[in-house]
Design a protein around this ligand. Structure first.
Ligand SMILES: Cc1cc2nc3c(=O)[nH]c(=O)nc-3n(C[C@H](O)[C@H](O)[C@H](O)COP(=O)(O)OP(=O)(O)OC[C@H]3O[C@@H](n4cnc5c(N)ncnc54)[C@H](O)[C@@H]3O)c2cc1C
Length: 414
C-alpha cells in the first residue's frame, strides 16, 4: 500500500470499492444498522452479525490481509482500507466476536496444526474466541495473574477467575477463551506461564455478565474450577505464555495501526456547529464554539494520520517500535478531550440520551461520554502504555524492543 494523504485511488481500486459497496447494499438490511447505543443490541443481532461475518469471510473480506491458507483474503492493505471504509459507511451492526489481539499469538507462536485448527475458523468467522487476561487482582500488572494450570496426564486442569472479558451481548458465548495461566509457580516471573485455548463449554467453566454503565452486558466475569484443557491447546511452550501474550498485546496496544480510522464525535460537532442556529446566528460563528470545534477537528486528523502511519509501517513489514503506543496514548487522551468539547459546544444537549426527544444525533454524545470513560481503561490503561512507550524510546529504567508480530514474522499479505 501507499501512505497517501491525497486521493490517489487507481481505477482498479475504485472498481473494487464499487463492488464492496454494491455487495453491502444487498447484504445489510435497514433493520441491521448499528443503533446509537450498543446497549440496545441483543442475541438476535449477534446471530445476524455471526452470519454476516461468515458471508464476509467467504469473500475473503473479513480479514482481508490474512494469508489465504489461514482463511484470509490474501489482499493488500489498500483493499482492507476500502473494505473497512465501506463497512463503516454501510453502518452494519457491530458486535465484538473475536478481539483482534487473539490472532497474533496463534499466528506467530502456534504450530501449523494449531493455526489450521484454531486460527482458520476464527479468520473465516466460523468460530469465536474471547481474550481472557484480566483478573480481579491483576489488570495493569498482568504478570501477577493467579489463575493456574496443573498437569494431569496429557491435559491441564485450569483454575482461576477473570473480570471485564468482553464480546457478545450478555448471553452470547464463544467457542474458546484465549488466556494465560501459571504453569510453574516456582519459575521466575514472566517465565512461569502458558497461553491456552480453553474450549467453551467445558465442565467447571462459567461465564456471567458484568453489566457495566460503559458497555452494558458486553463484559463478563469468568470462573474456572479445574477446567480440563487438552495438552495440544497450549500455544507455544508451557513457559512461553508471556512471549505469546506480548505478541498479542503489541497489536492490542496499537502496533498494527488502523486502516481507515474516523472520529464520529468530531464529524458530529462540525455538522452541529454548521447547522445549529442560536438567535438566528449559526453556532459556528461563535468564537468559543469555533475554537473548540477546530481543536476537535485537529485532534481527529492527527490521530487518523498516526494510526495510518503505523498501519503503513506494519503492512510494509517494517519494525513498529514506539509508533503504535504513541498513537494509543494520543488516541485515548484526545478521545476524552473530544467528549469535553462536545459538552463545550453542545452544552446540556450533549447529555441527552437516546431515549430523550430532541437529543442531537440521536443521543450519540451522551453514549460517547459514557463509553469513552471505559475505553480509556481497556487494554492495559493509558499509564501502562506510557510506561512501555518510555522503554521503547529509551528514557526508562529498562529498555525494550517490540516483540515479534505477524508482520515481522511474515504472516500478513501486505
Ligand atoms: C470496557 C472494557 C473492556 C475490557 N475488555 C477486556 C477483555 O476483553 N479482556 C481482558 O482481559 N481485559 C479486558 N478489560 C480489562 C482491562 O484490560 C483492564 O481494566 C486494564 O488492564 C487495567 O487493569 P485494572 O482495571 O485491574 O486496573 P489496575 O491494574 O488496578 O490499575 C489501576 C490504575 O493504576 C495504574 N497503574 C497500575 N500499575 C501501574 C504502574 N506500574 N505504573 C503506572 N500506573 C499504574 C493503572 O494505569 C490504572 O490507572 C477491559 C476493560 C474495560 C474497561
Amino acid at each position: 500500500m501507499d501512505f497517501a494523504i491525497v486521493d490517489t485511488e487507481t481505477r482498479d481500486q475504485k472498481q473494487f470499492r464499487q463492488e464492496v459497496r454494491d455487495w453491502l447494499e444487498k447484504n445489510v438490511p435497514e433493520d441491521r444498522k448499528q443503533p446509537v447505543d450498543s446497549r440496545d443490541l441483543d442475541s438476535d443481532d449477534y446471530q445476524w452479525v455471526l452470519a454476516f461475518r461468515r458471508a464476509l469471510g467467504k469473500k475473503g473480506w473479513l480479514y482481508p490481509t490474512f494469508p489465504k491458507e489461514y482463511g484470509g483474503g490474501g489482499l493488500t492493505g489498500d483493499h482492507e482500507s476500502i473494505i473497512e471504509e465501506e463497512i463503516t459507511r454501510s453502518n452494519a451492526l457491530r458486535i465484538g466476536v473475536t478481539p483482534q489481539m487473539v490472532f497474533p499469538g496463534i499466528q506467530v507462536w502456534g504450530t501449523e496444526e494449531q493455526r489450521q485448527r484454531f486460527l482458520k475458523p476464527l479468520v473465516t468467522g466460523e468460530k469465536a474466541c474471547w481474550y481472557k487476561m484480566t483478573e480481579p487482582q491483576s489488570g495493569a500488572d498482568l504478570a501477577g495473574i493467579q489463575t493456574h494450570a496443573v498437569r494431569d496426564g496429557d491435559d491441564w486442569l485450569i483454575t482461576g477467575q477473570n473480570v471485564f472479558i468482553s464480546s457478545g451481548t450478555g448471553d452470547d458465548r464463544p467457542d474458546w477463551l484465549y488466556g494465560l495461566a501459571i504453569t510453574d509457580p516456582n519459575a521466575p516471573r514472566h517465565r512461569n506461564m502458558g497461553m491456552f485455548m480453553i474450549p467453551f463449554p467445558s465442565p467447571g467453566l462459567e461465564i456471567r455478565s458484568m453489566n457495566l454503565l460503559t458497555n452494558g452486558d458486553e463484559s463478563h466475569f469468568i470462573f474456572l474450577d479445574n477446567v480440563r484443557v487438552p495438552g495440544d491447546h497450549l500455544i507455544g511452550g508451557d513457559h512461553q505464555g508471556w512471549q505469546v501474550g506480548s505478541t498479542s498485546r503489541e497489536v492490542e496496544h496499537g502496533g498494527a495501526g488502523r486502516a481507515a480510522p474516523r472520529d464520529p464525535v468530531m464529524e458530529n460537532l462540525v455538522e452541529y456547529a454548521k447547522t445549529t442556529k442560536v438567535n438566528g446566528v449559526t453556532l459556528g460563528k461563535n468564537p468559543v464554539v469555533q475554537q473548540a470545534t477546530m481543536d476537535a477537528y485537529t485532534d481527529a486528523h492527527v490521530q487518523a494520520l498516526m494510526l495510518k502511519r503505523t498501519y503503513w509501517l506494519y503492512h510494509n513489514r517494517m519494525e513498529v517500535q514506539h509508533e503504535g503506543h504513541m498513537a494509543n496514548v494520543h488516541g485515548r487522551d484526545s478521545s476524552l478531550r473530544q467528549t469535553l468539547r462536545a459538552r463545550e459546544v453542545m452544552k446540556m444537549y450533549s447529555l441527552l440520551g437516546t431515549k430523550e426527544p430532541g437529543a442531537p444525533h440521536g443521543g450519540a454524545e451522551e453514549v460517547d461520554q459514557r463509553q469513552k470513560a471505559g475505553q480509556n481503561h481497556a487494554g492495559g490503561s493509558t499509564n501502562i502504555i506510557r510506561v512501555i512507550l518510555a522503554r521503547r524510546i529509551g528514557i526508562s529504567r529498562t529498555e525494550e524492543r517490540a516483540p515479534v508480530t505477524p508482520a515481522t514474522a511474515g504472516q500478513i499479505t501486505g
